[in-house]
Design a protein around this ligand. Structure first.
Ligand SMILES: *Cc1c(COP(=O)(O)O)cnc(C)c1O
Length: 387
C-alpha cells in the first residue's frame, strides 16, 4: 500500500530540551556569541578528541577560515574531490587559490587517495578530503602523503560528526576539520559550523578571523572584566556562531548517540532489505570505518532497469517518498565548466556514479513504519521497471 502522506527527504529532530535551551538563551540576553558558544566549543572539542574547537556560522565558513588561517592564497592549488557539495571547492576559490579535483573510489565515493600523487605540483598546498555520507576516507594513506609533501589536510566533515576511522574520531586526525550543523545534518543548529584542530595558533587565527580580525571578541569586551579596547589584526570576516545556535548545539550533542542509534537502525533495515536485490548496489561500511549514516545512497544497476535515475526519483515521488541526489559532480556546474574548461570524461568514476545515485530518507525523526514504507516503495518501483 502506497503512503497517503508524503515522507520528507530530511527533517531535523527538535524536542522539548532543544526548545528550552534556545528560550533560555533568549532570556539570558546573550543572543550572539557568548557563554553558550564557549560551552558548545568545549563540549564539541571533548567529543571529537581535539584540543580546540571554534564555532562559526556554517561549515562553509569553517572550511574557508581554516584555509585562510593556514595561509592558502592566490597561486596555490588545493586538492579536493568532484563528488561533494560545491562549498568544498568554492572556499578554495574564495582564498584566491585553485581547486584541483581528483577522481573518486567508486565504492565509497570518497577521494581516491591513490590518484592524488599524480595531481601534485609545486603549487599544491592543501588537501580537502570529504567523508561522503559519513563514511571516512582512507586517512592513514592520505596523511602519509600529506606529510611527505608538507600539505595541510583540512577534512570536510559536514557528514561526519560521529564518524570514526580505525577507532579514531573524525575531528582529531587532520590538521583541521570542518563540521556542518546545517538543518539537515546529523547535528543541527539551523545554520552553524565548527573548526577543530590541535594547533593552538591555527585555532586562534580562525577565531580572530571569524570576528572581523579583532583581537578580542564581544564577550570579552562587554563583561565586567572586559575592556573597551580591541585591535583589528587582519581584515577578517563576520562568521561567528550565536548563543541561540549554540544552545541548540548543546542539546543536540547531548542526544547525538541516541539519534545515531536510530540512523544506524534504519540503515540496517535498508541494508537487510536491499542487499539481495540485483537492481541495487548498497553502501558499504569498510572494516576501518564507523559510519555516521548521514546519507543512505543507493546506486542503481541501470542495465537491469528500464528507467533511468531521474525516472526512478519521479516514481518514488509518486509513491510519496522524498529523495535527493548527493552530489552533482562539482566540475559539471557552469562556473567550474566555463572557468576551468572541464569536459565530460574528466573524472570518469564520479560521473559514472552520479548517473546511478539516489539518497533515500534517513533521519532520527523517521519511524520504523516510515523506513518500511521506503523499502516497499523502492521494491514496487523496481518490480514495475525490471528489464
Ligand atoms: C552541507 C555541506 C557543506 C556546507 O555546509 P554549510 O554548513 O551549509 O556551510 C560542505 N560540504 C559538504 C560535503 C556538505 O554536505
Amino acid at each position: 500500500m502506497a503512503r497517503t502522506e508524503f515522507l520528507a527527504y530530511g527533517l531535523p529532530l527538535i524536542e522539548a530540551d532543544d526548545i528550552e535551551g534556545v528560550v533560555d538563551s533568549l532570556k539570558s540576553n546573550w543572543i550572539t556569541k557568548g557563554p553558550k558558544t564557549a560551552e558548545f566549543e568545549q563540549q564539541f572539542a571533548a567529543y571529537v578528541g581535539a584540543k580546540y574547537a571554534v564555532a562559526v556560522n556554517s561549515c562553509t565558513a569553517a572550511l574557508h577560515l581554516a584555509l585562510v588561517a593556514a595561509g592558502i592564497k592566490a597561486g596555490d592549488e588545493v586538492i579536493t574531490t568532484p563528488m561533494t557539495f560545491a562549498a568544498s571547492a568554492n572556499v578554495v576559490i574564495h582564498t584566491g587559490a585553485t581547486p584541483v579535483f581528483v577522481d573518486i573510489d567508486p565504492v565509497t565515493m570518497n577521494i581516491d587517495v591513490k590518484q592524488i600523487r599524480a595531481k601534485l605540483t609545486p603549487r599544491t598546498k592543501a588537501i580537502i578530503p570529504v567523508h561522503i555520507a559519513g563514511h571516512p576516507c582512507e586517512l592513514d594513506e592520505l596523511m602519509a602523503l600529506a606529510r611527505e609533501f608538507n600539505l595541510f589536510v583540512l577534512e570536510d566533515a559536514a557528514h561526519a560528526v560521529y564518524t570514526q576511522y580505525k577507532g579514531r574520531m573524525i575531528g582529531s586526525i587532520g590538521n583541521a576539520t570542518a563540521f556542518s550543523f546545517y538543518a539537515t545534518k546529523n547535528l543541527a543548529t539551523g545554520e552553524g559550523g565548527m573548526v577543530t584542530t590541535d594547533d593552538a595558533e591555527l585555532a586562534d587565527k580562525v577565531r580572530v578571523m571569524s570576528s572581523h580580525g579583532m583581537s578580542r571578541n564581544a564577550w570579552n569586551r562587554y563583561t565586567a572584566t572586559g575592556s573597551w579596547f580591541y585591535e583589528v589584526l587582519y581584515p577578517g570576516y563576520k562568521d561567528n556562531m550565536t548563543d541561540i545556535q549554540a544552545a541548540l548545539g548543546i542539546s543536540q550533542l547531548a542526544k547525538l548517540e541516541r539519534m545515531q542509534g536510530i540512523r544506524r537502525d534504519i540503515a540496517a533495515m535498508y541494508q537487510a532489505a536491499f542487499k539481495t536485490m540485483p537492481e541495487l548496489e548498497i553502501p558499504v561500511e569498510l572494516d576501518y570505518a564507523r559510519h555516521a549514516w548521514h546519507l543512505y545512497i543507493i546506486k542503481l544497476n541501470l542495465a537491469t532497469l528500464s528507467i533511468d535515475r531521474a525516472q526512478f526519483i519521479e516514481e518514488l515521488k509518486a509513491e510519496q517518498i522524498g529523495t535527493s541526489v548527493h552530489f552533482i559532480p562539482v566540475h559539471f556546474h557552469p562556473y567550474y565548466r566555463d572557468t576551468y574548461g572541464y569536459q565530460p570524461g574528466d573524472f570518469p568514476q564520479a560521473e559514472a556514479v552520479y548517473e546511478r545515485i539516489i539518497s533515500l530518507p534517513l533521519y532520527p525523526k523517521m519511524s520504523e513504519q516510515d523506513a518500511q514504507d521506503v523499502i516497499e516503495a523502492v521494491k514496487r518501483v523496481i518490480a514495475r521497471s525490471r528489464r
